[in-house]
Ligand binder design. Structure first.
Ligand SMILES: [Zn+2]
Length: 168
């Protein structure tokens, strides 16, 4: 899975200049938006711009890949119907019906909104893990494991501070 994610990422990078070239004649010179494979339009901000709109905890997780303390998020107890969106850019990431009690102290989901998350290999610990981030702003969300419940068997372990809950 890691290998495939890396290869997909390389393919995406490789296609950007090509797509940009062919779109060139139809777009304004000032238009620097990049389109990901899923059709989500990338948001690119400077570090200073992110610090303006994120609090220090959000910045540490979303922009620096930190992990919040377990059981520190109010979203652990959130059970109402709704949608969990990226705290950096409001892109919908998880539906409430996919949330389950993982007992880990972090909001956990067994599925996600397709095309709205991207994965990469994370070598911070001895054993490589699969990191995932928002497809629109690139903000780090959490890590995905293969010990989740059916039907997917996936466990998307998310930092609560990287999410906002939108009541249905
Ligand atoms: Zn985002």
């Amino acid at each position: 899975m890691n290998r495939r994610a890396v290869l997909t990422g390389l393919a995406a990078i490789a296609t950007v200049p090509v797509a940009g070239y062919f779109a060139f004649s139809k777009r304004n010179l000032g238009d620097t938006k990049q389109i990901t494979g899923s059709g989500v339009t990338r948001i690119n901000k400077t570090e200073a711009e992110w610090r303006d709109i994120l609090n220090p905890q959000e910045f540490a997780v979303l922009r620096e890949g930190a992990t919040e303390r377990p059981n520190s998020s109010e979203l652990n107890a959130e059970k109402r119907p709704g949608t969990f969106v990226c705290a950096g850019c409001d892109l919908p990431l998880f539906k409430s019906e996919w949330k389950f009690g993982s007992g880990t102290g972090w909001p956990s989901f067994y599925d996600y909104i397709k095309g709205h998350l991207e994965t990469s290999a994370d070598y911070k610990l001895v054993v490589p893990r699969t990191e995932y981030h928002c497809a629109r702003c690139g903000g780090h969300q959490g890590h995905v494991f293969d010990d989740g419940p059916p039907p997917t068997g996936e466990r998307w372990r998310n930092n609560g501070v990287a999410l906002k809950f939108v009541l249905a």
